[in-house]
Design a protein around this ligand. Structure first.
Ligand SMILES: [Zn+2]
Length: 148
């Protein structure tokens, strides 16, 4: 938001609906048109939307999708595990089979949806290159790299 306010053409940038972009991303569709596929492989984001041509390579999801996937999966599975331990008398083999399987299946199912939602969020908030201008490179203080 700060970047957008400082952008010289900020008034020319049309507002983007964050909720719609999040929802489209979670459906693994382009946040701009909701039609083209966001991914060309399991977690590989298309450089551009195959339907509308919107550039998608600017995303920087990085470690956020696995973080949120683990957060969601952990809260659900641990809650169910504790409930089962308190209210059910299942044999150990059931616990040793059920919970790891549930974690793996939920994580693999959630990960592309969470990543899609985060790419959609970045697009809607015009983060990184989605603002129409390149990101500024931050150089650590004391670095010998040239500043420019
Ligand atoms: Zn599109």
């Amino acid at each position: 938001m700060i970047e957008e306010q400082n952008h010289p053409d900020a008034s020319a940038l049309a507002p983007r609906d964050t909720q719609v972009a999040l929802f489209r991303g979670a459906r693994q569709k382009c946040p701009a048109c909701g039609d083209g596929s966001l991914f060309y492989a399991y977690l590989k984001v298309n450089d551009a939307c195959p339907s509308c041509g919107e550039e998608l390579h600017h995303h920087r999801a990085d470690d956020a999708p696995p973080y949120f996937t683990m957060l969601i999966t952990g809260h659900i599975v641990v809650g169910l595990m504790l409930s089962a331990a308190m209210y059910r008398d299942w044999p150990d083999w059931v616990h040793m089979t059920l919970w790891p399987t549930m974690v793996i299946v939920m994580s693999l199912w959630l990960l592309p949806r969470v990543k899609g939602a985060l790419v959609g969020l970045q697009w809607a908030l015009r983060m990184h290159g989605f603002s129409g201008r390149p990101d500024e490179i931050e150089i650590a203080p004391g670095s010998d790299l040239p500043r420019g």
